[in-house]
Design a protein around this ligand. Sequence first.
Ligand code: F6P
Length: 328
Amino acid sequence: MFNTIKKIGVLTSGGDSPGMNAAIRAVVRSCAFNNLECVGIYRGYEGLIDGDFKNLNARSVKNLINRGGTFLKSARSAEFRTKEGRKIAYNNLISEGIDALVTIGGDGTFRGALVFDEEFNFPIIGMPGTIDNDINGTDFTIGYDTALNTVVEAIDKIRDTAHSHNRLFLVEVMGRDAGDIALNAGIGAGAEAILIPEQNIGKESLVESLRRSKKSGKTSSIIVVSEGDQIGKNIFEVAKYIEDNLKGYEVRVTVLGHIQRGGSPSCRDRVLASRLGVASIDALLANKKNVMVGIKRHKIVTIPFSEAIKGDNIIDKELIRVADIMSI
Ligand code: F6P
């Protein structure tokens, strides 16, 4: 089929993630390679509504591959959730002559794209950009690998002080409702226990296993708690519960928070962002629309937005087993 796309808009939306700049760069340079015009849209869907646009060429994205955050900035737009807001956004796209969009973000970004297409039949390709790794249909999201490395580096430091003081540390990590960051960084950092929303181990059995490991000679411990975990919902209460029920351990809490979203992207994230950026333009030129480009078993795939946003994060049971065995 003949392709009529001449001008593409690119935006980043939702929580930022390391590698978003590399992703924008890849989109812009793929456009240049294919003789397409490219327009950067600032502050995600918010900027689409405000008409906050800037033409980008291959040189506009120099010296960006190594930078964290997103130079286009990001937002969680409340106005885009309204029909009126989306209508203004559509009118802006038409008056700017933009034929298609590439949106880089998480499930909220793709939900917005899905509704927008239903209303205006507008071609959009999504790229998964979130530290949470909670998007269906892709093995990895852009930013996840960097966040894992940030968490492991932080826990290595906590381990030094935990060991010096014979303390038990609870370290809270991000991930919203997904335990991927906690589980993988927990294994990588040698955690004693890992609490994730996908598996409820209960406070009692947590204390029981801590008691066993103390008896076996452990003098300090790290427990990684995902922010979405049921018993981790209030990490300070869990800390108190442990102190009350396991005598002889001083407990401290560290909430890693937004440092997990910043920093220079890892090589893995830069490569993923570059591959998916190229794939997003390839997909548009192949007349695909309203799909996310992702990676499955090292190969590029396209997944309808409706599939990509399907909740229920699936955790690899083998990883849980590895974590259990390592904490003996
Ligand atoms: O989706 C990315 C994420 O960092 C989640 O892990 C976290 O729950 C949320 O965003 C925090 O959002 P905000 O930056 O808006 O507080």
